[in-house]
Design a protein around this ligand. Sequence first.
Ligand SMILES: CCCCCCCC/C=C\CCCCCCCC(=O)SCCNC(=O)CCNC(=O)[C@H](O)C(C)(C)COP(=O)(O)OP(=O)(O)OC[C@H]1O[C@@H](n2cnc3c(N)ncnc32)[C@H](O)[C@@H]1OP(=O)(O)O
Length: 237
Amino acid sequence: PLRSAAVGPLLSGSSGRSRRDAAAHPVPPRSPQALCSQPGRPKDYALPNASWSRDMLDLYDRFLAMTKEGLWKRIPSYNNVLDHIPGKALRGLPSRDTRLFLRSIEAEGVGFEYVMFLNSSEKRVVCLFQPGSYLEGHPGFAHGGSIATIIDSTIGSCAIFVAGRVMTANLSINYMSPVPLGSVVLVDSKVDKVEGRKVFLSCKVQSVDGGTLHAEATALFIQLDATKSQKQQASCQ
Ligand SMILES: CCCCCCCC/C=C\CCCCCCCC(=O)SCCNC(=O)CCNC(=O)[C@H](O)C(C)(C)COP(=O)(O)OP(=O)(O)OC[C@H]1O[C@@H](n2cnc3c(N)ncnc32)[C@H](O)[C@@H]1OP(=O)(O)O
């Protein structure tokens, strides 16, 4: 199984090719099914698009290949949270003009370009993330809040897998090395333990070759207690 520490060797085939290299070796056309969402379904944004760098495409292909072995599963991603809940969007709910925060920047490549893969047996979610130019904090680097967002969402998806409806109670992040805009990082999250309604998780943000640890985080998510009144708990419908 892909262990965070072993990320480098597994991906040794993918070097940090510059965009110039990518221009010299145009990205091969993607298979039609790899590019389009299922007809009649909301658009799945966790699929390659023209803004994905060579590194992002190589990493995507490697994880997609691992899904064939059954250990990993690609998580589709829509721009409305309800579309992630099977049947919910069809339940005649009044349509709300809301967007999932990570999918609120429509233009390709300038916001959060990402795709998540779930490894059920390891209770792990790994997110391939390419921060776009509209996520800038310090010149040329991703804003710390955008890193917190991709961590919260990756860890959150991991917690949802284990405990269903959850909310973040605590998220603690150490930032070790800034993430250049346009680079590709691996956000590797896992469940460490579950105590009643409390789900404890951790996460590392690493460069594709595993050589740079950009950030690491711990989090506590709380499973929403159906018996508590909605007033006490933000409704997470
Ligand atoms: C197959 C895979 C599936 C993938 C699906 C992917 C698609 C999904 C698409 C897209 C989603 C991506 C994922 C997004 C995720 C984002 C999550 C967020 O951003 S959430 C927004 C920010 N968080 C809030 O706004 C919460 C505000 N806080 C609250 O609402 C409450 O405090 C809450 C619900 C967290 C807890 O309230 P209570 O009343 O239910 O529970 P009480 O009794 O207070 O606490 C329970 C236990 O937890 C401890 N606890 C609570 N908060 C704590 C804290 N901050 N530190 C330590 N302990 C804490 C308490 O001490 C208590 O422990 P004792 O049972 O007594 O041992």
